[in-house]
Design a binder for this molecule. Sequence first.
Ligand code: NAD
Length: 271
Amino acid sequence: MPLGGAKGVIIADPSQKCEALFEAYGECVESLGGRYFTAEDVNTTTQDMDWTMHKTKQVVGKATVSGDPSPFTAIGTFDGIRAAAKMLNGTDDLHGVKIGLQGLGHVGFDLAKQLIAADADLTVSTHSNRKNMEAMLALGAKELTDEQLYKAELDILSPCALGATLNEKTIPELRCRAVAGAANNQLLNDECGVMLKKRGIFYAPDFIINGGGVINAGQEAFTVYDKENVLKQVHNIFNTVYNILDESKTTGEPEGVIAQRFAENRIKNGL
Ligand code: NAD
């Protein structure tokens, strides 16, 4: 996307969300003079974006245009998981591949359904969302706690909850062969990328594998929204993730460093 990167964060209790809060947020976004677009993410919905739009036009992922970005994030993450499987097993077929998915929210639940449909051997953990967990168990997924999931013998761990779950405590415990999930800022810091590499665990960089939602919403900002075109770009996440894992395998560089360079080169070359 011809976009930089930024995140809007509202420090508040999500159970107290209201129109006035998102109108105030809209004023804040508007004060940036067109340099920032906002969209849905953790704990926000298309309704919240509608309230934000009372005060600013700088909103994408609008219910009337591209909608909730989460299904596109889930599609791109699924493709990134297939790329990781291909790196591990020589095939992107997920049949019987042991995948542990953390978080059954907007992205995680959609992704879990795709993994079940692809016949993956799926284990899930969640902090809330019992309804989604029951649905997953009925479809054949297994349940573990977060702690158990880190230590489980998996092919791929897919963090789809909150950030910094891969840190000095959890990385030494991991028994997976690759990490490929949608959560933002999965690594506590850059050193964690080096730790994963030293442990021989592949890592699909978060801002590459979870780009589906922003590819979808970003189209709304710059061109006439075209879902087919969006899906074509989102599916290309498979190639991007695979190429980064492959380069890391050859050079021994952490995947996050390669991804950062890839992004910087694209910006330098005018995308
Ligand atoms: P969400 O709020 O709908 O879901 C997050 C879920 O994770 C919730 O169900 C919560 O109960 C669960 N959770 C929190 N901590 C947990 C833990 N330690 N273990 C297990 N479950 C836990 O959010 P979302 O939109 O699904 O986003 C999930 C992640 O993906 C976030 O990190 C988000 O920033 C990232 N992401 C989302 C999008 C998108 O399109 N929604 C795009 C890019 C990145």
